[in-house]
Ligand binder design. Sequence first.
Ligand code: DC
Length: 232
Amino acid sequence: MSRKITIAIDGWSSCGKSTLAKQLAKELNYIYVDSGAMYRAVTLYFLRNHIDWTNEEEVIAALSDIHLAFKPNSKTGGADMYLNDENVEYVIRDLVVAEKVSEVAAIKAVRSFAVEQQQQMGAGKGIIMDGRDIGTTVFPDAELKIFMTADNAVRVARRFKELYEKNPNVTIEEVKANLEMRDYIDSHREVSPLQQAEDAIVIDNSDITPEQQLQLALKYVKTKQTEQNASV
Ligand code: DC
């Protein structure tokens, strides 16, 4: 049997990171962790409780009241995000949260709070985590790092479709503006900005199907597993 490895998937918003991560987790029987869901849940808590996130003390006090957990969802076969025992998996995908999450995710204390828990989840390997800083900060020693990218127009169309299904009032302009704003903040923040790790493999999925993307990634996984086995 192959030794379990850690797979880090980073990239821009709406590049299909979670689609690939879920496909791989199923195929390899690995744990999938959507690290963005954690930043979204913290943002939801801050919004609901009117936390002034420009105030460090207020942020630190609020974080001590937040308990995050991923719990399995038997219907989807994946895991849902729970914020203080409430299933928030659906509500954190809302545009109201998306509009603020990059600001919240740029806060140092919030990042330390999330990264520490993410590192604990990955301690046993056999994990696939997607996000913005997984290959650079959370798991710098991950055996396989994938950096995903896709054309802007493709990304906007994908995110629009996703949001439109939930809310037909959403406009393509709104979605485009939100993606551009998040990409800018995520890649320009001081702490752990979105960056391609030096040893990451790039997958551009603008013109490939999810199945082709999976097969490509599986090839990389096999190569890394073979290297791992050879090094024992
Ligand atoms: O992947 P996502 O769209 O659900 O992520 C939501 C936001 O959280 C995104 O704007 C960037 C931020 N994020 C981050 O800063 N670091 C991560 N590891 C994951 C997400």
